[in-house]
Write a protein of this length. Structure first.
Length: 95
């Protein structure tokens, strides 16, 4: 997780789990999937999922993730997060 994510959501496992799911969804939308963990992929910290001033989740990309989005022509993200104490889900649309 990024320092901002840890600061805002650290200690809240369900919220962190939802953000983890969102990072995975973003990675798949960027066409790299679990290769995020590979040397030639993007790093988990290059995808940040935080809430705006109203709590609406938004995606911020850095480094190779931002480069990959630019290569694909992705400029906007729609994101939905949901979680319970035991489950988390995220959906993203890149456009």
């Amino acid at each position: 997780f990024t320092p901002v994510e840890v600061h805002r959501y650290g200690g809240h496992a369900p919220e962190l789990a939802a953000r983890f799911a969102a990072k995975e969804a973003v990675s798949k939308a960027l066409g790299v999937g679990m290769r995020m963990l590979a040397h030639d992929g993007i790093r988990w910290q290059e995808v940040e999922v935080v809430g705006d001033s109203r709590g609406k989740p938004m995606v911020r990309l850095f480094g190779r993730a931002a480069e990959r989005a630019q290569e694909l022509g992705v400029t906007e993200w729609a994101i939905s997060l949901s979680h319970t104490r035991q489950n988390a889900i995220a959906m993203v649309i890149a456009y």
